[in-house]
Design a binder for this molecule. Structure first.
Ligand code: NVA
Length: 252
């Protein structure tokens, strides 16, 4: 917002009291009187949905336990920068069906590329996810359980923490379940042309090794930079009068 000439107010969760001190609808209706757009970085996805239902300004999902669309936009900006195109790319996500991989799957569908999720059997996409992917399931969203087989032909190897928000109590079980689902030198050797991506923060030594973060194939810090630029694009499209026209022209 600062780079675009605007200003921001940050409300930390413990001070806002969203849904505790004040109901979500009342909070949304009040805050919309003061702001031109609101980014919610929260836990339950239903919070964002309820907030948006009662809002009169754009509501941006800055992260929920279900989706991370801003991350996926920055990811695809990064893929575009490095490959010159997004269509037809094969993005292999080593990890679980979580907020990041779910949004990546949706982005892959929109971009005409493929998301291959390599996950342990108990950490797969749910029936609701599969229903949401519709006809794309099994075609542009694929699920496998063997990471070594999954990386063949990958353009991107992507991973995220094994324990996401709200799953902290499962940490020990997850650490065990995800052994073998790590981006490391052995896996990179099977996909020497693939770029390495991670939404950060990385737990080095768990889902990714130091060597994989730092190797020549890694574009992780270009990806991190693009969180800034992609999110400016979101604000530009949502907040400027010519936003819808701009979006339509980019789709052409
Ligand atoms: N899957 C991670 C993403 C962090 C940006 C989490 O939910 O904690």
């Amino acid at each position: 917002m600062a780079q675009l000439g605007g200003s921001t107010v940050f409300l930390p969760a413990n001070e806002a009291g969203l849904g505790t001190r004040e109901t979500i609808p009342d909070f949304a209706r009040t805050l919309c009187q003061y702001c031109d757009a609101i980014v919610l970085r929260t836990f339950a996805h239903s919070t964002v949905e309820t907030f948006a239902e009662h809002a009169t300004v754009p509501i941006i999902n800055g992260l929920t336990d279900y989706l991370h669309p801003c991350q996926a936009l920055a990811d695809f900006q990064t893929i575009l920068e490095h490959f010159g195109t997004v269509a037809g790319k094969r993005v292999v996500f080593i990890g679980d069906a979580n907020n990041v991989s779910r949004s990546l799957a949706h982005a892959c569908i929109l971009a005409g590329s493929t998301l291959v999720l390599a996950c342990p059997k108990d950490y797969a996409f749910t029936d609701a996810d599969i229903a949401a992917f519709g006809e794309h399931w099994g075609r542009s969203v694929i699920q496998v359980h063997d990471p070594a087989a999954a990386v063949a032909g990958a353009d991107v190897l992507y991973t995220d923490v094994w324990t996401s928000m709200g799953q902290e109590a499962e940490k020990a079980v997850r650490l065990k379940a995800f052994q073998g689902y790590q981006i490391n030198e052995r896996l990179l050797a099977l996909a020497p042309k693939a770029k390495v991506m991670h939404c950060l923060p990385a737990h080095r030594g768990e889902e990714i090794t130091d060597g994989a973060v730092e190797c020549a194939q890694s574009i992780i810090f270009d990806q991190a930079e693009n969180r800034l630029h992609a999110q400016k694009a979101v604000l530009r499209v949502l907040m400027c009068a010519d936003g819808p026209a701009l979006l339509a022209s980019m789709r052409k």
